[in-house]
Write a protein that binds this ligand. Structure first.
Ligand code: PMP
Length: 459
């Protein structure tokens, strides 16, 4: 296989080989077989990536919300190179350890909020959430509360692609695939602040977390999981007071609160972690993506002191772990990433660029009447397209507004992402690398401006 690719460097051939041999994730296989790859990436620098034809694109979504420090960061590459030469891999099973994993565990705990005190390493976000589900259930077992197995997640949330994390994911498309389901997962309607605070007269009460706890019984529920800001589901920012209300509800009912910080973590929202925007300290916090800025595969689960102190009393083998838990090269990149974030004041840049992005949104709102609900928490941003934003009337299903705008931007060398899983919902997500500057934000806004103008002409 390697030989075939090496022999055929010409692009048509690469496409042909791709169609033949490579099954792509989250892609329509039938379309792919007909059309081949949309783009074959080859290199990147700063916020830009190039394809094999030499075209240059602004990466307006940090690829999969993960390349937070942009491309070509030598410190990160050097950290990996050095470790690969010294000791590319070693195990963390059976009490084996390595200095990078040890130091990264300490470092991550030092920047985490509250009493999050210890780290379990994984290779990515799904593994982190899957690990969290297993560890919280195990924690309740150790407390003698073995009935506490159920996990409540939110509709529109994304938590991963394994059977349990895919079940926790509240985006319907991900449930059509394969039919497997973790029956211990319940889905609540997101962001019902009043209900979580106890307003039983609210029309949506039955779908709220509070109602689910009442119906199911807190003695059956292990944890509630949510993203501080929902990402893949369409950049949904919780209303003020929501996260605090859910955390309080969990405390009152002896239920653990898991924050899925896979997108929000490590500066994306302008704070080190998303929950810090609302002063909430989770019991368990799952991270991945930004921990290495996508330069290596790594995730982690942080546990509060009580859970950590309980788990370490277990006197049998902890039957959970991945070959790449505590991977020394990935952890070297993690250390370099955290170092880079601090040395280059990245959080400050995110806060400044959030303001620039919001200025751009204001300009777009003044000039495009179908633009609605712009939002940005740090550099996790998005907007919606509606027939009538004043009355929140959506476009007809046949008008694929978000798709049109994202495709138009792509043709003009800006990569964005459409979140249009739900019926008649047209959301465009923007989440550029955190190193972006003012002029680059303006470039993004200009390309979106053109795309919106072009879209309006089609109506
Ligand atoms: N949680 C969230 C919030 C995510 O956005 C993602 C990935 N987009 C995951 C979990 C799953 O991470 P991974 O794809 O690394 O398994």
């Amino acid at each position: 296989m390697t030989n075939i690719v090496k022999q055929n460097t010409n692009i048509d051939n690469l496409s042909k080989i791709d169609k033949e041999y490579f099954i792509h994730p989250t892609t329509v296989p039938k379309d792919f077989i007909e059309n081949g790859p949309k783009i074959i990436f080859s290199e990147g620098k700063g916020i830009r990536v190039k394809d094999v034809n030499g075209n240059e694109y602004i990466d307006g979504v940090s690829m999969l919300w993960n390349v937070n420090l942009g491309y070509g960061q030598k410190e990160l590459a050097d950290a990996a190179y050095e470790q690969l030469n010294r000791l590319p891999y070693c195990s963390s099973f059976y009490g084996y350890s390595n200095e990078n994993a040890i130091r990264l565990a300490e470092k991550v705990v030092s920047v985490a909020p509250g009493d999050l005190s210890a780290v379990f390493f994984t290779s990515g976000g799904s593994e982190s959430n899957e690990t969290a589900f297993k560890l919280v259930r195990h924690y309740w077992d150790m407390k003698g509360l073995s009935d506490k197995k159920k996990i409540i997640s939110l509709k529109r949330g994304y938590h991963g692609a394994t059977i349990s994390t895919g079940s926790a994911t509240g985006i319907i498309g991900f449930h059509n695939f394969s039919g497997s389901k973790d029956m211990d997962i319940l889905h609540a309607k997101p962001h019902l602040t009043n209900c979580e605070l106890g307003d039983k007269t609210a029309p949506d009460y039955d779908e709220s977390i509070r109602s689910m706890i009442e119906k199911t019984g807190a003695d059956q529920i292990a944890a509630v999981i949510m993203e501080p800001v929902q990402g893949a589901g369409g950049v949904h920012v919780p209303p003020e007071g929501y996260l605090q209300a859910v955390k309080k509800l969990c405390e009152e009912n002896n239920i653990l609160f898991i924050a899925d910080e896979v997108i929000c973590g490590f500066g994306r929202t302008g704070k080190m972690f998303g929950v810090e925007n609302w002063d909430v300290v989770p019991d368990v916090m799952c991270v991945a993506k930004g921990i290495t800025s996508g330069y290596a595969q790594l995730g982690a689960v942080l546990l509060n002191k009580e859970i950590r102190d309980t788990l370490v009393q277990y006197d049998q083998i902890l039957g959970h772990g991945f070959t790449y838990s505590g991977h020394p090269t990935a952890c070297a990149v993690g250390l370099a990433t955290l170092d880079f974030l601090e040395k280059n004041n990245i959080l400050q840049n995110v806060n400044e660029m959030e303001k620039e992005l919001k200025k751009g949104f204001k300009y777009l709102e003044e000039n495009h009447r179908h633009l609605a609900k712009t939002r940005a928490v740090g550099l996790l941003a998005g907007f919606e397209l509606m027939q009538d934003p004043d009355t929140e009337t959506p476009f007809e299903q046949s008008i694929r507004a978000a798709r049109y705008v994202v495709d138009h931007c792509f043709d003009n060398k800006l990569i964005l992402r459409a979140a249009d899983f739900e019926h008649q919902v047209n959301i465009v997500a923007i989440a550029p690398p955190l190193i972006i500057n003012k002029q680059e934000v303006e470039e993004i806004i200009n390309i979106v401006d053109d795309a919106l103008t072009s879209f309006e002409k089609t109506l």
